[in-house]
Write a protein that binds this ligand. Structure first.
Ligand SMILES: Cc1ncc(COP(=O)(O)O)c(C=O)c1O
Length: 375
């Protein structure tokens, strides 16, 4: 049995979702706020494009790195929106951003390497680092999500990679130009790579998303996907671009693990990029409205909960063990993710995904008030 996998935790977000489903099966009324998936259906024009592709025989293997039209469209998006100077040939289309993270880690890390993970962090980075045989070095972000002063002091001869995720899951914080410059300078000074997961780029409230790949392209691996911005989580489609030496390695991982991303799904993704974009803004606005209600709700409960600038999560601080509190909340009929899932020092937080209907959010907050108190 693989000892590498012994060190990898089962996905805590999926575990709580399973527990929630189990309780639901037993007849308990539970509203789940634990999964990071938009509740909206995929916009119709995207579905139509994929249906049309299926009907016209796009059901064979695709080129391993993705259909050329989609790779070109992604490159154009990265050039115009993110100021990353790439061409279609520099893009790998992956079955979700998650697999892209795996490809990047597996492609560049090896036994003895260290990768820096800013805490709190989405659950799968640590797993991908460990599955690649490397070690995770957790560095706690400042309370406001900014880059901590001690980041450079945590770099050793073994450090190869820093992973950043802005807007952040779970905290919703967004890294501004100053913080990104700090990371970029550290990467240059220490000859490191940066993996930038930008999957929540479009779900942002009043601040600007900046790609670190526009600052240090020769050191940045940029990952993005369609699950969040276009409500396409179940389609499993994302993408990655990065420096040539890493790209070549990731190509091998892609070819020998998935062959190619699902062919007709790629036509849906192409329509997502090339078609009308108002659906993205409509969903973003709804997330923003829900954010207001959720943040006010937590404040009314007396919890410290900074207003997130992006993504669709609220990340209140709680007193006590987040896993025990999450269980209490389940008994009260709401499923939240314990902060312990997001790093060794995050057990004093809970994550609530507000990618749920306003009605469920309002009912959920009422139920939480019974646990936390408040007006
Ligand atoms: C930060 C982050 N990156 C990547 C992913 C995975 O995205 P995908 O559905 O494209 O695999 C998620 C999903 O929750 C996420 O929160």
């Amino acid at each position: 049995m693989s000892s590498r996998l012994d060190q990898v935790e089962e996905s805590a977000t999926l575990r709580i979702a399973d527990l929630t489903n189990e309780l639901k099966k037993q007849g308990k009324d539970i509203i789940s706020f634990s999964l990071g998936e938009p509740d909206f259906d995929t916009p119709k024009h995207i579905i139509d494009a994929a249906k049309k592709a299926m009907d016209s025989g796009k059901t064979h293997y695709a080129p391993s790195l993705g259909i050329p039209e989609l790779r070109d469209a992604i490159a154009e998006k990265l050039r115009t929106e993110n100021k990353i100077d790439v061409k279609g040939k520099d893009i790998i289309v992956t079955p979700g951003a998650k697999h892209a993270v795996f490809e990047a880690c597996f492609g560049m890390l090896e036994e003895g390497d260290e990768a820096i993970l800013l805490e709190p962090a989405w659950v799968s980075y640590d797993a991908c680092i460990k599955m690649s045989g490397a070690k995770t070095v957790w560095v706690k972000s400042n309370e406001d999500g900014s880059i901590p002063e001690d980041l450079s002091s945590r770099i050793t001869k073994k450090t190869k990679l820093i992973i950043i995720n802005s807007p952040n899951n779970p905290s919703g914080t967004v890294l501004g130009a100053k913080d990104l410059k700090k990371v970029a300078d550290i990467a240059v000074d220490n000859d490191l790579y940066v993996l930038s997961d930008e999957i929540y780029e479009k779900i942002i409230y009043g601040v600007k998303h900046i790609s670190i790949g526009s600052m240090i392209p020769e050191r940045t691996i940029t990952i993005n996907g369609f699950s969040k911005a276009y409500a396409m989580a179940g389609w499993r489609i994302g993408y990655i671009t990065g420096p040539k030496e890493i790209f070549q390695k990731m190509v091998k991982v892609q070819q020998h693990t998935i062959s190619s991303p699902t062919t007709f799904v790629q036509y849906g993704a192409l329509e997502a990029l090339r078609g009308p974009q108002d659906c993205v803004e409509e969903m973003r606005k709804q997330f923003e409205a829900r954010r207001e209600v959720v943040i006010k709700g937590f404040k009314d409960m007396g919890l410290h909960c900074p207003t997130p600038e992006g993504a669709f999560y609220a990340y209140p601080r709680v007193e006590g063990n987040s896993e025990i509190i999450a269980e209490k909340l389940l008994e009260a009929g709401v499923g939240l993710t314990p902060g312990s899932a997001f790093g060794p020092e995050s057990n004093d937080h809970l994550r609530m995904s507000y990618a749920s209907s306003m009605k469920d959010i309002e009912t959920g907050l009422e139920r939480m008030k019974k646990v936390f108190g408040g007006v």
